[in-house]
Ligand binder design. Structure first.
Ligand code: SF4
Ligand code: SF4
Length: 437
């Protein structure tokens, strides 16, 4: 099988060998109702209500949405809006903690005897895609025709530099992962469930190979350590050989893709009834005093996480949700840990400054590196000219914003940033055109 394009990035997996440590519970948490793709959840608690760990505090606001549960015990302080990292206001529930971390007494271990039971359990667990986008997992698993599911691909690539939270899942939560894997195989009936893990994580490959011993429909595949190996389309190709047709979904290539930590959360819920309430988060970057993996409740503010994790060596000039390739820079440290947060990286001034771009030298490296064979330099040119027809022809809409083009550009052109703007502009142009019809 040929390799898709991509780039070799410095791995910087400084924390891979560090077991996650549980941080002290902060005085309060702020839980956003919107933590990924889909409709915001609707609060079902009000100021003054007492809540416990695992208790549902907001219900899914539509089919593509997810329930939210409290990761702390305490009292609801307020339900209010705050500005999110993407520059959009979001509704939040603030909870003053009592430090007792009492577990909600009505948690129930789900009974799963059918695919419908499994989908209900996944919905009740509040789990969303924990590899980044936060798409509700129940929606992904609610396939119309299970004969379409030839493969379940479990994403253990973790190809972004610095982040090691999935590595820790594969080393520390194998049992939870296998509980979910067996149930998924039983009710979705794929030909194979394949764990895709980059070959630079031999300890994870070993751990998962031991875990699947005797499981005839499961397989571990070592993948080339190349960014963006964890991109859905790249992962499906390298694990199954399938190609997701342009503008289509993984299921059109016979695959359902789940992240390793998503799998572990489903397994934990099936065993204990405890929904998704906390995350393992990698804390790293040049401004961080003590890089490590930590366990924190969803909603813990970044400033509390960094402080409890050991603080900064110097004032950070840039703080990211996620990795340096696809992470989102945050405007302030009041932003909370979200369901999909797998890393918080803080960089000093030297590392935060982007190099000055120079003129394009037409070397074609951006095209060579693009896993989707797009033409980033041509996209940039069309965007500058406001040529929407050309942007459409160049298929900027399928850009997965992986950043390989920018990373490999010798002229330091901000290609991925331009692509994001171009995608938004093209979408608005198409909508306006549709409205005129
Ligand atoms: S990699 Fe950079 S310099 Fe080379 S063609 Fe692309 S935009 Fe131009
Ligand atoms: S054009 Fe998009 S998909 Fe291609 S390398 Fe750049 S960011 Fe990645």
């Amino acid at each position: 099988m040929k390799k898709l394009h991509g780039v070799h990035v410095p791995h910087n997996k400084n924390t891979a060998g560090m077991k996650p440590v549980r941080l002290p519970i902060p005085a309060s948490v702020v839980v956003p109702m919107s933590m990924g793709i889909g409709a915001p959840a609707k609060p079902i608690v009000k100021p003054g209500d007492a809540v416990k760990v695992g208790q549902m505090i907001a219900e899914a606001g539509g089919f593509v949405s997810a329930n939210i549960h409290s990761g702390v015990s305490g009292t609801v302080k307020k339900v209010a809006e705050m500005m999110g990292a993407m520059g959009r206001p979001m509704q939040t529930i603030e909870i003053a903690t009592d430090g007792l971390q009492e577990t909600y007494e009505d948690l129930q271990v789900p009974e799963v005897h059918s695919l419908e039971d499994l989908l209900k359990a996944v919905k009740d667990s509040g789990v969303v895609g924990l590899g980044g986008a936060g798409f509700p997992t129940m929606v992904k698993l609610a396939v119309k025709d299970i004969d379409q599911v030839r493969y379940i691909v479990v994403n253990g690539a973790e190809c972004e530099p610095f982040i090691t939270s999935d590595t820790r899942t594969m080393l520390d939560r194998t049992d939870d992962m296998m509980t979910a894997a067996r149930v998924l195989v039983e009710y979705l009936k794929p030909e194979k469930l394949i764990f895709g893990i980059e070959s630079n994580k031999p300890e994870c490959i070993k751990s998962m190979n031991e875990a699947i011993s005797g499981e005839s429909r499961m397989e571990v595949k070592a993948l080339p350590p190349m960014y963006p190996q964890g991109g859905e389309k790249v992962l499906i190709y390298h694990t199954t050989g399938g190609i997701v047709p342009e503008g289509k979904l993984p299921l059109d290539a016979g695959a359902v893709v789940l992240n390793v930590t998503t799998l572990a959360v489903i397994g934990q819920f099936l065993k204990t009834g405890m929904p998704l309430v906390e995350k393992v988060v990698t804390i790293d970057g040049s401004a961080v005093k003590e890089p490590k993996n930590v366990i924190v409740p969803i909603g813990m503010k970044m400033k509390d996480v960094f402080e409890a994790a050991g603080g900064f060596t110097e004032e950070p000039a840039k703080v990211l949700y996620g990795g340096p390739m696809m992470g989102i820079a945050v405007p302030d440290l009041e932003q909370p840990v979200l369901k999909s947060t797998n890393a918080l990286l803080a960089f000093n001034k030297k590392d935060a400054v982007l190099p000055e771009p120079s003129v394009c030298i037409r070397c074609g490296k951006c095209i060579q590196h693009c896993p989707l064979n797009l033409m980033p330099a041509a996209i940039e040119s069309a965007y500058k000219k406001g040529n929407m027809e050309r942007l459409d022809e160049l298929k900027v809409n399928i850009c997965m914003e992986c950043g390989c083009c920018s990373f490999g550009c010798p002229a330091n052109r901000p290609l991925v940033q331009t692509n994001k703007l171009a995608k938004a502009q093209l979408m608005a142009w198409k909508k306006a055109k549709e409205a005129k019809k």
